[in-house]
Design a protein around this ligand. Structure first.
Ligand SMILES: O=C(O)CCC(=O)C(=O)O
Ligand SMILES: [Fe+2]
Length: 313
């Protein structure tokens, strides 16, 4: 078994909270992007759409975000055009009018909680079938492909990130500059389904497993018996839930395995699995021990979203 909080959670300690608050984009660069957007730069406009959806330096507003994205698409940003098509879940063609596509985006559906069914009562494990359309899954895979790094863990003893033998898979962790409206809509839908706010979500990761790669048995809650984790929990809250989205299903093996409760789950493309890492009293629940088993053939792509018990601030 490997340490709790394994994975790029390490980054949380090295970067300011809330997630996406800085890191990849300096305040000066942000201001410059806003200026460029006002001057009609299509890519900068697409970026300010992200800022509106996040509520970064302005009120959080999805309609504004979508309006900016549409303008960026009109001005020729292929990135914005692809986002609109993915959000509307349609194929764009030469004659596509971007305003029509924007009108076809069902924001209400994106931002609403998805229906879920309980798989297990203790610990609480649920599944949301067809949580995401295939196009959105493919979008997330495309965002991560080619930008994967070997997953690291935070060592609370040394405060440094290091490679972890029990985790041979790789991951892509979205920073501010990597975000887009599809990814943020997915996060909004996760937050609604879990019953929390987007601010309680850590940075989002896309995980990739080649055949033989795995994420060994671990807990996602932060064990406050470890001093480094206790500090983090005091400052940012406990990691109370985990939300996984299966982004493809063209592989053998690769289940998410809960050995203590005899549950092994493998979703179809777009299915989501969520589980509470704590019991009803908020205490870490050791029955949530789980692993990402190695695919025996094919590649596994998974979105992994850890959820804190509160938003910062
Ligand atoms: O790959 C899996 O099925 C499990 C991933 C996981 O445990 C995590 O992201 O915390
Ligand atoms: Fe996990």
């Amino acid at each position: 078994m490997i340490s709790s909080g394994a994975g790029p959670s390490a980054r949380l300690r090295l970067e300011p909270w809330p997630p996406f608050g800085s890191g990849s984009v300096s305040p000066e660069a942000l201001a410059e992007r806003r200026r460029l957007a006002e001057a009609g730069d299509a890519d900068a406009l697409a970026f300010t759409a992200v800022l509106a959806a996040l509520g970064a330096g302005e009120p959080q507003d999805w309609s504004t975000a979508l309006r900016r994205l549409t303008r960026a698409a009109d001005l020729g940003s292929a990135f914005a055009q692809q986002q609109l098509a993915t959000l509307a879940d349609t194929e764009a063609s030469d004659g596509t009018r971007w305003a029509d596509l924007a009108a076809a985006v069902d924001l209400g559906a994106w931002l609403a909680p998805a229906p879920k069914e309980r798989l297990l009562r203790e610990p609480r494990i649920s599944v949301a079938r067809a949580f995401l359309p295939r196009r959105a899954c493919a979008w997330l895979v495309a965002r991560a492909r080619g930008r994967l790094t070997t997953a690291q863990v935070f060592d609370p003893a040394t405060g440094a990130a290091r490679r972890e033998a029990g985790r041979s898979n790789s991951a892509f962790e979205f920073e501010l500059a990597d975000l887009d409206l599809v990814t943020l809509a997915v996060r909004a839908r996760i937050a609604a389904t879990v019953g929390t706010v987007a601010g309680a979500l850590e940075t989002v990761q896309v995980l990739h497993y080649a055949p033989g790669q795995r994420f060994e048995r671990h807990y996602d809650f932060l064990d406050i018996a470890v001093a480094g984790y206790a500090q983090d929990v005091a400052a940012r809250g406990q990691r109370v839930a985990t939300f996984l989205i299966y982004l493809n299903d063209e592989y053998e093996g690769g289940e998410t395995d809960f050995p203590m409760v005899g549950l092994s789950f493998k979703g179809a493309t777009g299915d989501a699995l969520m589980f509470a890492n704590v019991d009803l009293d908020g205490a870490p629940d050791r029955r949530t021990l789980h692993a990402g088993l190695a695919p025996t053939s094919g590649e596994k792509w998974l979105l992994s979203q850890w959820v804190r018990d509160r938003a910062p601030g």
